[in-house]
Design a binder for this molecule. Sequence first.
Ligand code: FDA
Length: 495
Amino acid sequence: PVPSQASSDGFLQCLREKLPSELVFEQGSSSFTTVLVSSIRNPKFFTNTTVRPLCIVTPTDATHVQAAVRCGRWHGVRLRVRSGGHDYEGLSYRSARFEVFGVVDLAKLRTVSVDRFESTAWVDSGATVGELYYTIAKNNPRLGFPSGVCSTIGVGGHFSGGAIGMMMRKHGLSIDKVIDAKLVNANGDLLDRAGMGEDLFWAIRGGGGESFGIVLSWKVQLVHVPSIVTVFNIGKALDQGTVEILTKWQEVGPSVTDDLTIRVIVQRDQALFQALFLGTCRLLAVTMRSKFPELNMTTADCHSMTWLESAAFINSGNTDVEALLSRNTSLSTFTKNKSDYVRTAISKLDWSNIISWFEMNAAGMIILEPHGGFMGTVPAAATPYPHRNGVLFNIQYIVFWQGDGTATTTWLANFYELMGKHVSNNTREAYVNYRDLDIGQNVVVGDVSTFDGGKVWGEQYFMSNFERLASVKAAVDPTDYFRNEQSIPPLLQGQ
Ligand code: FDA
């Protein structure tokens, strides 16, 4: 049942008693909107009709998180957790349905501690990926970490869904390098890997945010990076043999040396081939000449730099590493995202049809991210992220707009429908971190999300790992306290 006024009053009273007052922002407080909006990126989820939280708690310590969970449980008020606020559907700070809930915002818990001798780090969920990269490289420029491209993504949500990026072909997803974690469960207990057990530790590494508790920090194994890496950005006009180049890229991108990742961004009249090579310009040019001559890459295309500079460069086009520490977000542009995976190469003819769609909508974009390499060596059940061996690349669809977005979102829906026949569609695979509520939402019966309702979207994100995730959920949170529109439902006896 929706918590009554009485239970939400009791919840707020409990927070007032258990937490320092400066860490709790109730709806009526003067700073509430500033705190709420601090990491919102999409104006779609900041309107007069958005279902907003009753309050926002901004913990500075694990005990504050534990107290917030206990107050929520005692008074029947759910909590949503926000780290970087980049959720494509805004589920960390708004509800798609009417609901009374509180938000635990982890932005103040953002320490990164690097152990140079062990080559490991503990990173708090409220840190951004940019802060993580910066702190690692400032400790030791020969160490790095495989994670996402955008520097403001929060570690908490990002790692919860897997985290793909420019080094995944060499080192895998962020979750492949997580070796311990600290989590507050639905009883308010603080658990590390040994305390939570291997099933729950498996589930939090890729099973999607919110479902299993609040992950406070992650211990990660760092990776070695060369002192100099090489980056290129080569743009090809869509009418300049790009169809042939894209067709060839599908073969090269996933199979070339795992030191090289070439992703492709298609927008308007251009395909941009963007690469990170963990080696020198000379070796890259030799590799490109022999494996991918169609792109005509030469040493003149090389930008040589440190790995940290490459993280800044690929994100923003310049090597200002201090910019990786900026947490600024803007509320100016509306977006909608979807995703697919491709396991069988798309034909030349189909590519010509696909790229013709970009003439119709200048605000549409796809990003193609090659898998293969290390990704193909990890069994599909090793972590909840199932899109491993056999995946050539994934597709992220993005549309941007200002003002009325009807035309552009209709374009996206039609384009996605057309793409259905070109992508992996036995189960139409999707990436949980590119969250998309159009593929399904939980069905709640008797105040618990149903397994069958969850399967609709859950098997797209997790394929055959969905059932194991639902079993773990039943073991650790059978009453479905940690819930949102796409949280893992508990697989209860008899279902
Ligand atoms: P946010 O705080 O909104 O949380 C996302 C989800 O996780 C919510 O359901 C939330 O409740 C839950 N959650 C958050 N913190 C948690 C915690 N500590 N414990 C448990 N649950 C928690 N992805 C990618 O793989 N590679 C990339 O390169 C990019 N690039 C990119 C660019 C931009 C501009 C955006 C907006 C997004 C991406 N993404 C991405 C997608 C990104 O990985 C995804 O949105 C993450 O969930 C964001 O994590 P945040 O902590 O920022 O989000």
